[in-house]
Design a protein around this ligand. Structure first.
Ligand SMILES: [Zn+2]
Length: 205
């Protein structure tokens, strides 16, 4: 791409670093901003900067939050005895949108993937086991994607907490094998939570 302006080129280069955005799309977006009032670019930049600088992770569930305890963990109507284990915030959002779950979450921050060099120590697994050790948790629901990495992660965690004799379940596989949770429709995902199955049954089948 031949740019007539160094400023334009820099802006396009920065925007095109985002995933799924090529140089052409970046150019279109940057030119769009140029046609808008200058405040729009200012609000966009400020929103991104505030987000990046001020956002926190909940110290209980590790979800993205504005406060040290997220709204879900802080809500006295939620049941802290039931913990739904998910990969990241997108899964929390997907499950919340079903309005079928009244417990709390534990956000792992990914799943075990030897190929990508992600071992258990890179995930929030120890803090989950600690939570279980403290005795507040009565039930763990595994709600990871039903991929090989998801199954490996479920099983690894299950082995760590097996001795505490909790109720462990996994979301019903209305979710197709290999599906990422965030792409499941609300009805299917909602039903999967309600009709969850005992974890040990899921690993035998
Ligand atoms: Zn939280």
């Amino acid at each position: 791409m031949d740019f007539s302006s160094k400023l334009l080129e820099n802006a396009v280069n920065e925007v095109s670093r985002l995933p799924g955005i090529g140089k052409r799309t970046a150019l279109r977006l940057v030119l769009y901003l140029l046609r808008q009032p200058a405040e729009h670019t200012q609000y966009l930049s400020e929103a991104l900067l505030h987000f990046r600088n001020d956002v926190k992770t909940c110290e209980n569930c590790h979800n993205i939050s504005d406060t040290t305890l997220c709204e879900i963990c802080n809500n006295s109507k939620r049941n802290p005895e039931i913990v739904c284990v998910v990969e990241d915030i997108r899964d929390v959002m997907a499950i919340e949108s079903t309005a079928q779950f009244n417990g709390v979450y534990h956000v792992l921050g990914g799943k075990i993937s030897p190929i990508e060099g992600i071992g258990p120590q890179k995930l929030q697994i120890d803090s989950l086991v600690e939570k279980v050790e403290k005795g507040v948790v009565k039930e763990i629901i595994f709600a990871l994607s039903s991929t090989m990495e998801g199954d490996t992660t479920n099983f690894y965690i299950f082995k760590q907490i097996e001795k505490y004799k909790l109720i462990t379940s996994t979301i019903a596989r209305g979710i197709s094998v290999g599906d990422e949770l965030e792409y499941a429709d609300e009805v299917t995902l909602g039903r999967s939570i309600v009709n969850r199955i005992p974890f040990e049954q899921s690993i035998k089948s």
